[in-house]
Design a protein around this ligand. Structure first.
Ligand code: GLN
Length: 455
């Protein structure tokens, strides 16, 4: 299996999904897995996976797709990848992504973009695989690996999953340890699996989550057997359809997909109810204040001393020039934009007007969800994205247009809830479209089972 994946990866270089291949390591891990075959083999024994470049992997380049981390090979392994490898998973290599996970198209990567394996009808125009976990999505969709890790700060697992016709789940904030995952916005970041279907996602998620004393926000809760919860029985469940997600100018095919999804859940025995999440329209602006604020603080550590790359200095340059030149050369334009926005909203004169206000909005958004869950709603159904995958290059000149990709996904991160994207149909040109289900905190098992009924 590992050999088959390695040759598929070599044959698919044009997709730009893998940015560091680790064939020797993969074959060693596969041999070790072979030696453990049998009834007592661990749950992922010999299963070849791709790992997003945001995860620190011991002795293997881990660059968050940024030039500033050129040559960085961590001395340690992230908790999530440690857990996957302890269960026998094989690492095929590191996967492309947007730089520091900032983006929705994989185009901010220092390696260049990954490409969506899907095409619109008969056109050969290259499309984005989505972002930031674009390499993970492309690799799973093109059968280069059996599953991949992703991370999701505002939609980076769910949007690329929707764009490539695969399944991706972002668990409740605190389910997976963030230890060893390069930080973007610490109060929003969560790891999760990207997989072929709901069952694979359930198996991978179980391996990835669990309490970790090294991450103080990781929850000390038992991890259920998610796969065993996939019965497809959702009789008596209440599914909410939030009216605020019906946006002006939403393409008709997304509307249709959404109502077909609701019909499928109704046919499976669920009760469909209209609900209101009144603060939804403030989610995107709040996210694009909070995420850059936290990013600007997290990225302060890239100073040309502690990690990765330092710019060439001229005679007489001091420490200020070292910082300036290193950061100007090492960070791409989108990362620089976030650092500028973040430091601005955190600055003394604007802190209350922007950052504190965004935090208040975040609380209101969280309460919207708490109220509907208290009213008996078990899960919420929405489109995963406002469109199908778009052509590469199309939205790069317009950051606000790019940010609008996250309109259905950021609320989930702001509220810390679990969210899953499942393939649910195609647009008129045959491109995959995804539906999102949002669940109650810590109830990933139920959420996966509802998604299983949609599959
Ligand atoms: N596209 C969003 C952003 O650029 C979300 C990214 C993510 O979830 N990592 O911030």
């Amino acid at each position: 299996l590992t050999e088959a994946c390695l040759s598929a990866i070599d044959a698919a270089d044009a997709l730009g999904a893998f940015v560091h291949k680790t064939p020797d390591l993969a074959l060693d891990m596969a041999r070790a897995a072979d030696a453990k075959r049998g009834p007592d083999a661990p749950s992922l024994n010999g299963i070849p996976l791709g790992i997003k470049d945001l995860f620190c992997t011991k002795g293997v380049a881990s660059q968050a797709a940024s030039k500033i981390l050129d040559g960085f090979k961590p001395e340690y392994e992230s908790t999530v990848t440690t857990q996957l490898f302890e269960r026998g998973a094989v690492m095929l290599g590191k996967l492309n992504m947007d730089e520091f996970a900032m983006g929705s198209s994989n185009e901010t990567s220092t390696y260049g973009n990954a490409v969506n394996p899907w095409r619109k009808g008969n056109s050969d125009e290259a499309l984005t695989p989505g972002g930031s976990s674009g390499g993970s999505a492309a690799a799973v969709a093109a059968d280069l690996c059996l599953g991949a890790t992703g991370t999701d700060t505002g939609g980076s697992i769910r949007q690329p999953a929707a764009f490539t016709g695969i399944t991706g789940i972002k668990p409740t904030y605190g389910r997976c340890s963030r230890w060893g995952i390069i930080a973007f916005a610490s109060s929003l970041d969560q790891a999760g699996p990207m997989a072929k279907d709901v069952r694979d996602a359930a198996i991978l998620l179980e391996a990835m989550c669990g309490h970790d004393p090294k991450d103080s926000t990781s929850a000390d809760l038992a991890v259920p057997d998610f796969e065993a919860m996939l019965t497809g029985d959702i009789k008596g469940k209440t599914i909410g359809i939030p009216r605020e997600y019906r946006m002006d100018g939403m393409p008709e095919e997304i509307e249709t997909l959404w109502s077909q999804g609701a019909d499928m859940l109704r046919d499976a025995g669920a009760r469909i109810v209209d609900i209101s999440l009144p603060h939804t329209r403030y989610a995107l602006p709040a996210y694009y204040v909070i995420a850059p604020a936290e990013a600007s603080s997290n990225l302060a550590r890239y100073d040309g001393v502690r990690y990765g790359r330092r710019a060439k200095l001229a005679q007489g340059d001091g420490i200020t020039e070292m910082y300036e030149k290193t950061r100007a050369e090492g960070f791409g334009p989108e990362v620089q934009r976030r650092v500028m926005v973040g430091t601005y909203v955190l600055s003394a004169g604007f802190y209350d007007a922007y950052y504190n206000r965004a935090r208040k909005v975040r609380t209101l958004i969280k309460r919207d969800f708490e109220e509907v869950f208290a009213d008996g709603v078990d899960a919420i159904l929405t489109p995963a994205t406002p469109s199908a995958a778009f052509p590469l290059g199309m939205e790069m000149d317009d950051p606000v247009q790019m940010y609008l990709n996250d309109v259905f996904t950021v609320t989930v991160n702001l509220a810390g809830l679990p969210g899953i994207s499942v393939p649910a149909g195609t647009d008129a040109t045959g491109l995959p479209l995804g539906l999102q289900l949002i669940g109650r905190p810590w109830e990933e098992g139920d959420l996966l089972n509802t998604a299983y009924a949609l599959e």
